[in-house]
Design a protein around this ligand. Structure first.
Ligand code: SAM
Ligand code: SF4
Ligand code: SF4
Length: 351
């Protein structure tokens, strides 16, 4: 039922990228996980029973240093990368993150630097992040009700701190601010309308991300995913909304605007309406592995050659070869594979 054929990439887009994968998709975006640890234990991402106090996360020396991240990013920009997103784990747990952002923002080819965070440490860091050169933040928020928030964050954090973080991010100009909301049927589905009501008219864009079978530890079942179509109908019953054109080719969210001019919503339908044909994203884990798909089994180790003295040309050749061999289109083949293959976990690879 979920099997689809890949939609071809529009070749005229991202003409500056000189490499294409096997489906003719260019390399345009790099998501950098700066930290594998997290201060939340969202059950669908890092359940407490697996990521307990004795779990061995990466040590400082195993994580790429800022210099190493910067060097790799420069090499990626030489191959067409123009957009960066810093993620994790929780990226705001990485010490001195504004220093890295400052260095990344000085790379001439970079047009956009965004960050995805659970928001709990955002209030105290927003202005320093902006001053360093960060353009935008996306804050993950799955519930407004305190009990539902506790369930979705694994009993960590505090909704009010997240809302304060959003306020401070607005004040600092890290806009447009997007909220990432994952709904699980029977768990936090009642939070959808509350979140829409809360952010309507504020300029903050709520984006509903279909709950996905990333990794294996969440024991995902299709029945737990609430489709964007179902959600659009539910929201429409309360506030009339209409679809609007994508901002750019390859935008993953389908946009809707309120008829009364009170802003917009986004729907990311990775499960029910996959967009692999337009997927131009590479992901770098905090220990320097390159992943070409959120659902990959393995990543290409760049840290070992980097630390063994590889030249920029050597590293570029490795990355180029990896991208040119890329055939990933997991979401379009999901029905065949979800339970049958090894998959990297979301907290490790970044969202
Ligand atoms: N800790 C940060 C945060 O939560 O924003 C950044 C990393 S987190 C892995 C990035 C995004 O992935 C979050 O918005 C989270 O909700 C989303 N995510 C994690 N597991 C998911 C899943 N199984 N399906 C859909 N989205 C998921
Ligand atoms: Fe942490 Fe983000 Fe995963 Fe939640 S979704 S456990 S905040 S990395
Ligand atoms: Fe990209 Fe893989 Fe997601 Fe398809 S499944 S959109 S290839 S990350």
């Amino acid at each position: 039922m979920l099997e689809k054929t890949i939609k071809p990439y529009v070749l005229s887009d991202h003409a500056e990228s000189d490499i294409r994968d096997r489906w003719q998709r260019p390399l345009h975006d790099l998501r950098i996980s700066v930290m594998d640890r997290c201060n939340f234990r969202c059950p669908y991402c890092m359940p407490e029973d697996k990521y307990h106090k004795n779990f061995e996360f990466l040590g400082t020396s195993q994580r790429l240093s800022f210099e190493e991240i910067l060097r790799l990013t420069r090499i990626f920009t030489g191959m067409g990368v123009r957009k960066l997103r810093l993620t994790g784990g929780e990226p705001l747990l990485r010490t001195n993150l504004p220093d890295l952002i400052g260095d990344l923002s000085r790379i001439e080819q970079i047009e956009d630097i965004a960050l995805t965070t659970n928001g709990v440490l955002l209030a105290q860091q927003a202005s320093a992040l902006k001053a360093a050169g960060l353009h935008r933040v996306t804050v993950s928020l799955d519930a407004l009700d305190d009990k539902a928030f506790a369930v979705m964050s694994g009993g960590r954090g505090n909704k009010d701190r997240v809302l304060e973080g959003i306020e401070e991010a607005i004040a600092a100009g890290l806009t447009p601010i997007k909220i990432n909301t994952v709904l699980q049927r029977g768990v936090n589905e009642d939070e959808a309308l509350k979140l829409v009501r809360h952010f309507r008219g504020t300029g903050v864009i709520v984006r509903f991300i279909e709950y996905m079978d990333v990794g294996t530890i969440n024991h995902w079942q299709l029945s737990e995913t609430i489709s964007s179509r179902e959600l659009v109908e539910k929201i429409r019953a309360e506030w009339p909304i209409q679809p609007v054109a994508r901002n750019y080719h390859g935008e993953v969210a389908v946009r809707y605007q309120f008829d009364d001019g009170q802003g917009e919503l986004g729907f990311v339908s990775s499960v029910t309406d996959p967009f692999c044909g337009a997927c131009t994203r590479a992901r770098l884990s905090s220990d320097g592995r390159l992943f070409t798909c959120l659902f990959a089994s393995e990543g290409l180790d760049l840290r070992t050659p980097l630390r063994a003295g590889a030249s920029d040309e050597d590293l570029q050749a490795m990355i180029r070869g990896c991208w040119q061999d890329r055939e990933d289109r997991y979401s379009e083949q999901r029905a065949d594979q979800t339970n049958s293959r090894k998959k990297v976990e979301m907290y490790y690879i970044g969202g």
